[in-house]
Design a protein around this ligand. Structure first.
Ligand code: ZN
Length: 119
């Protein structure tokens, strides 16, 4: 791991459901075994989410995540994938997952600036 966010990955058969590859719950990542081992950029993506969760004190992260998803659903006329990719937490994570040292330079609450940038 190239950054300082300690993470535990639990490979399993059931979580998360459907076509989602990973689910980050309080810094523990659940991945269905069928998707294989997580790659470096996927781990970095989840580490970015873990950092977002810390600074939003977990509950704030999940509440904001769901609320923004609902807003994006309306904004993008119920295209679920488009809504998901445009949640600002996801925008920040996807934009920076390929920079291994991103979290070392990241400013607190950096996701806020992604509220207004659409992809
Ligand atoms: Zn994500």
């Amino acid at each position: 791991m190239s950054n300082f966010v300690a993470m535990k990955v639990i490979y399993n058969r059931f979580i998360p459901f459907g076509s989602y590859h990973g689910l980050n719950l309080f810094g523990t990542i659940f991945v269905q075994r069928k998707w294989g081992k997580m790659e470096a950029h996927e781990l970095n993506h989840e580490a970015i989410h873990t950092m977002q969760q810390w600074e939003m004190t977990y509950a704030g992260f999940y509440l904001w995540y769901i609320a923004e998803y609902l807003v994006r659903l309306v904004q993008y006329r119920f295209k679920t994938e488009k809504a998901y990719y445009n949640i600002s937490f996801e925008r920040e994570a996807y934009a920076n997952e390929h920079y291994p040292h991103y979290l070392l330079h990241r400013r607190p609450m950096a996701w806020v600036k992604y509220l207004r940038q659409s992809s």
